[in-house]
Design a protein around this ligand. Sequence first.
Ligand code: ADP
Ligand code: G6P
Length: 483
Amino acid sequence: MNRIHIVSNRLPVSINVENDDIELIPSVGGLATGMRSVYKEYNGKWIGWPGLASDDLDDQLTAKIEEKLIEEDCVSVHLSKQEIDLYYDGFSNRTIWPLFHYFAQYIDYTPELWDAFVSVNQKFADKALETIEEGDTIWIHDYQLLLVPEMIKSKKPGVTIGFFLHIPFPSYEVFRILPWRKELIQGMLGADLIGFHTFDYQRHFCSSVRRLMGYEISFNEIHIEDRIILVDSFPMGIDYDKFREAATQSFQKPLQEKSKLHRELEKYFLVSPERKLILSIDRMDYSKGIPNRLRAFSKFLEDYPEWIGKVTLIMLAVPSRGTVEHYINLKREVDELVGTVNGKFGSINYTPVWYFYRSLPFENLIELYSSCDVALVTPVRDGMNLVAKEYVASRTNRTGVIILSEMAGVAKEMGEALIINPNNINEIASAINQALVMPLDEQRERMIFLQDRIKRYDVFKWSSEFVKSLSKVEKIQNSFNAK
Ligand code: ADP
Ligand code: G6P
């Protein structure tokens, strides 16, 4: 197999510098957690941003960081404070992210953000061009780098390029709002294979290509003069066995080796085995529907008061994009809502919502997944949502219920979950009750199907299907050229 290099905005590890000490922290988010499990197989480099501003680094520190990253097969693209502001916080997260998640009212159309997006995409492309050799394959990821495929293809047409979008691709009627819509499509079309999580996103993309560019598309092949571009859907999976094994080991640990969190969770059930836990885990992002979830939980306690004192919602939110206005406002709203619910239904002995605003180590994530009776996953839009799959994999005793938004890509693969509309507070409230009273036999019946499916199409299968399609498109292109 050819070497495959990965290019993404964020590296799988982010760098934290304190008193000249360099610490590598695993990056959070579906792209990083998923690709981290597979990229070593490809013998290539992972090119990306290590998560800090280059203005704060002197030459010596930069060299030390490079050294650390090379040990992880990573190559860094350094970004200045201004680039972070205009390209990352800016066009990526104030323009594309809201547009692709149907938050049209949040879109920032400032032209300077676009200019920075172009120049930083060029920076990533240049770094990739320095790293790749003839015959290599390159796999570019996500919405921050939509222009990179074309920037590489125009310089090295012989390199095979894959592109995967980890977020939804919106319908044409939404996508067309953007002044730079054609440029984004042109950028993506530099790739030989373009992958999406679901067929719907693929269909939306093809519709934009047809309407904006007028290119011919037959089945899933786009024909542009002498080039053929393959478009397909690949629902991303998780490292199933890793979650499964970690959950199994977590239960077998002797008491003294259990984490503080684990012991606290066990204590919660000691008070009364009838007590239940509901789990929600996300980055603090407005696409995740966190306020709706809290309102629905409040409605549930109001409609089913017999559960007051017996059910706790554990809400874990990882800080994310904290310098972008809409994320700051969201944090404020969530803080207030948590206070309102706890103030309304809590007592000396009962806190309805346990709220953690931080990242937790893998060990704690597993403990939460395996201890909670219900997972409440209610995004208003989500490309996939790997948290739902991680919950399924961690349920070693095959019980547990998922309440899942129909707006998450993962809903297509999880018909056995309780599917809800995230804007329907009453529906979520009654789904919470349904999940809590669901007989164990029914829970197992649903969970067995879910586990079989998530195990079969794990992250390794996902990436190997993508890579197989990349070789296929190479062959199609070669036979087309030979004609
Ligand atoms: P997104 O990619 O939009 O953040 P996903 O649900 O697809 O959403 O992926 C989130 C990933 O981040 C999951 O792999 C999850 O395990 C990880 N994660 C989420 N919250 C935390 C947390 N508090 N601490 C550590 N990892 C987290
Ligand atoms: C989503 C995106 C990723 C991104 C992640 C975390 O999963 O698809 O590209 O890396 O969120 O967001 P951040 O802005 O911290 O990289």
